[in-house]
Ligand binder design. Structure first.
Ligand SMILES: Nc1ncnc2c1ncn2[C@@H]1O[C@H](COP(=O)(O)OP(=O)(O)OP(=O)(O)O)[C@@H](O)[C@H]1O
Ligand SMILES: [Mg+2]
Length: 277
């Protein structure tokens, strides 16, 4: 079981990427759960067309005797399981956020990948789950501003979030989202992040109007418009994360072995031992 917490500033795309990366892993054959850890403004379930779920993370937080599995919803198209939040105001008052960790710990054992969406900024609601997680993604939306201001903005935002992940021993990565800047500016920002802030960039997702369109439709964009530019970029980030988390597992299929055998044959002039063409 692997858990990834998704963090970042308001509106950067945390919830969108939580919904879509869980879709990516589910499509790749990994049983996936996505948890709405934004306890005060939960929106994750909308991405799967779930509105006003009767049982949710808030009913679990308030009723310790309730079975966690009863608040999990299955999306038949993507095969993602969703633990949604409640949008009713009275459900949000007097919560014990620390119990979130027990809930995620209990249900997470059933899944290969659990993705936890966080609230804006320092994720006070989900901080208890950092103890369970192994990975943290910071979603960064680059503002249209001069490059030196971008560096300052990144230092202010990414460094704080990264030090939080570092403190819990998480492997931290950044995804740049809603990117409209030139590739030169993006390269400069990637260099700054990787060499000065010392955090790898696992994805660059372009601004794409089909993303909000998909959400309005109640679908992850990976399902709604799989060939649109944002979907392709999300899938590429998923591939990188997959490599991080599961190593070369995904590529070890028959086709890949066949390909490796041919490459090896072409380079050595003979079929490698143990591989039959
Ligand atoms: N790559 C993208 N291209 C265009 N629009 C996007 C993209 N990613 C996200 N959006 C849009 O940006 C808005 C904010 O996205 P989202 O709700 O995922 O952000 P968030 O970080 O979870 O916000 P909050 O801090 O409010 O929880 C949504 O309208 C979403 O459709
Ligand atoms: Mg959100």
């Amino acid at each position: 079981m692997v858990s990834i917490v998704i963090t970042g500033r308001g509106g950067a795309g945390k919830t969108t990427l939580s919904a879509n990366l869980s879709t990516y892993f589910s499509r790749g054959g990994y049983r996936s759960l996505v948890v709405d850890g934004d306890l005060y403004l939960p929106k994750l379930a909308f991405h799967f067309g779930i509105y006003n779920p009767q049982y949710n993370i808030h009913t679990l937080l308030k009723n310790p005797n309730m079975r966690v599995v009863d608040a999990v919803y299955h999306d038949p198209k993507t095969k993602v399981d969703i633990l949604p939040g409640s949008s009713k105001l009275y459900d949000v008052i007097d919560l014990d956020q620390k119990r979130l960790r027990e809930i995620v710990r209990e249900i997470g054992t059933r899944y290969r990948v659990t993705i936890i969406d966080s609230p804006v900024g320092i994720p006070f609601d989900t901080i208890s789950t950092f103890r369970l997680a192994q990975y943290q993604l910071i979603i960064v939306e680059i503002e249209r501003c001069p490059i030196h201001s971008v560096h300052r903005m990144i230092e202010n935002e990414v460094v704080k979030l990264k030090s939080l992940g570092d403190a819990y021993g998480l492997k931290v990565g950044v995804i740049l989202n809603k990117v409209r800047e030139s590739s030169r500016s993006v390269d400069d920002i990637i260099d700054f992040l990787e060499y000065s802030v010392d955090v790898p960039v696992v994805g660059v997702i372009p601004f794409d109007h089909r993303v909000p369109e998909a959400t309005n439709y109640g679908r992850p964009v990976l399902d709604y418009a799989p060939h649109t530019k944002a979907s392709r970029a999300i899938a590429e980030s998923g591939d990188i994360l997959n490599g991080w988390i599961f190593g070369r597992e995904k590529k070890e299929g028959m086709l890949h072995r066949f390909y490796e055998a041919i490459i090896s044959f072409l380079h050595s002039g003979r079929v490698p031992a143990g591989k039959k063409l």
